[in-house]
Design a protein around this ligand. Structure first.
Ligand SMILES: [Zn+2]
Length: 152
């Protein structure tokens, strides 16, 4: 999975989750991507801000949290807006993605190597499995999801 930061023509930023860059292009060209704040379909990707592809830098480490360099401290209302957007986006991800549970690492790998249809998937992975996927260059991201007994 790939997370893109997306910005609408009014400057609202939000995140989109895609199985591939092609998935982003296809959703965008079909007008399926719209700004959660104002509904504008005129959106574009912010190139520098993807949070994936952390590469081999962090074997065994968490995906880096807040973006370091370019992110100034956000004021409180921006934070709460971000939380609101995040929870909406989370709903969307949870609704649209296929829950593979502990099969997630295998399937993410199969999708990456074109052995399975590209699609939005989610599931659970151990820190070791997560690090292996990252090392293989497979785009995965950790999400703090409020769990309802989903974790082991
Ligand atoms: Zn907007």
């Amino acid at each position: 999975m790939i997370v893109f930061d997306i910005q609408c023509d009014s400057g609202h930023r939000f995140e989109g989750w895609f199985s591939s860059v092609g998935d982003y292009d296809s959703q965008r060209s079909r007008g399926l991507l719209s700004c959660p704040s104002c509904g504008s379909e005129s959106v574009s990707r912010i190139p520098s801000a993807t949070r994936i592809n952390v590469g081999a830098a962090g074997r065994g480490a968490e995906v880096p949290g807040p973006r370091s360099a370019e992110a100034p401290p956000a004021p409180a209302d921006a934070l709460s807006l971000a939380q609101k957007l995040y929870s909406r986006f989370l709903d969307e991800v949870l609704t649209k993605s296929e829950d593979l549970g502990t099969r997630f690492p295998d399937e993410a790998r199969r999708i990456h190597y074109n052995e399975a249809p590209a699609r939005l998937i989610r599931g659970v992975a151990t820190p070791e499995e997560h690090a292996e996927l990252v090392d293989e260059g497979i785009p995965v991201a950790r999400l703090p999801v409020p769990t309802k007994g989903e974790m082991n």
